[in-house]
Design a protein. Structure first.
Length: 274
């Protein structure tokens, strides 16, 4: 499947590589500041990390959960409406029981409308971590979350999902031109290498831009990056907090898909496992 090219030549994206703490009030202040920075840069979209509402590197759980009508998502919607900047950000929602939470990403359009909620499918039970001790997975058969911003369609993954190429392909099948990956990518041996390599691979194999935005701080790698659909890294941060802005060229994306029609040559589909 090869979605039609976007209608606007370029979409401006701001990547907010924030340090996130257990202090929800402080985090909202940092997010509001990032929204102001994105607006000053005339960005169309701000992407924030996984767990942007509240985080503990030892493990985030239900103590950080709040509803979609809570202060964090309310702030995103209010600031998007005020600035005209759409936003994609990680948060935590209440689970089915008080002992569980849901790792989620919300997509808010430039008018402040909540247009999508992605509940993380692949929980990070790897490299010595166990998200499933505190979190419940989202349904694998849920409709992909794809938000259109100025003619470019952004599909949502989260952190550990980056290791599963079928997750990215499913979002592209739903029409995404770009993959957005909010993350709190855990630090460790070879982890920064994996993060970068996987982001580039997902871009190349899907002929899609990748906007991979990580947290900075203790226990996480940072190193947010913007990858073009041909695999070229156009923007990359280090492990320190930072906010950077770049354009995604819709015409260049369409040209890559024309030269490399791999999506049209596919012989297999992607379906959730039972």
């Amino acid at each position: 499947m090869s979605p039609e090219p976007p209608v606007r030549p370029a979409v401006r994206v701001t990547m907010g590589q924030l340090t996130v703490s257990p202090d929800h009030t402080a985090n909202r202040l940092a997010v509001a500041d990032a929204m102001r920075t994105a607006a000053r840069a005339r960005a169309d979209l701000l992407v924030l990390p996984e767990y942007a509402s509240g985080f503990d590197p030892r493990g985030a759980g239900p103590e950080h959960a709040e509803g979609l009508d809570g202060p964090f998502v309310t702030l995103l919607r209010e600031r998007a409406a005020a600035t005209g900047v759409a936003v994609i950000a990680g948060t935590m929602l209440p689970g089915a029981t008080p002992a569980r939470a849901v790792n989620a990403v919300v997509a808010v359009d430039a008018a402040g409308g909540l247009v999508g909620v992605y509940r993380k499918v692949h929980l990070y039970d790897a490299f010595g971590h166990r998200e499933s001790d505190r979190l419940e997975a989202g349904p694998a058969d849920a409709a992909p979350v794809v938000m259109e911003v100025q003619g470019l369609r952004f599909g949502v993954l989260t952190c550990y999902d980056l290791r599963f190429p079928e997750s990215a392909r499913r979002v592209v099948d739903a029409g995404a031109h770009a993959l957005v990956v909010p993350a709190a990518w855990a630090a460790g041996d070879l982890k920064a290498l994996h993060w970068r390599t996987l982001a580039i691979a997902r871009a190349i194999e899907n002929t899609a831009a990748v906007v991979a935005v990580g947290q900075a701080g203790r226990g996480v790698v940072g190193r947010s990056l913007l990858v073009a659909p041909d695999g070229v890294v156009g923007l990359e941060l280090d492990d320190k907090p930072g906010i950077r802005t770049a354009d995604i060229d819709g015409g260049a994306l369409a040209a890559v898909r024309d030269r490399n029609p791999a999506l049209r040559h596919r012989r297999y589909g992607v379906v959730p496992l039972p």
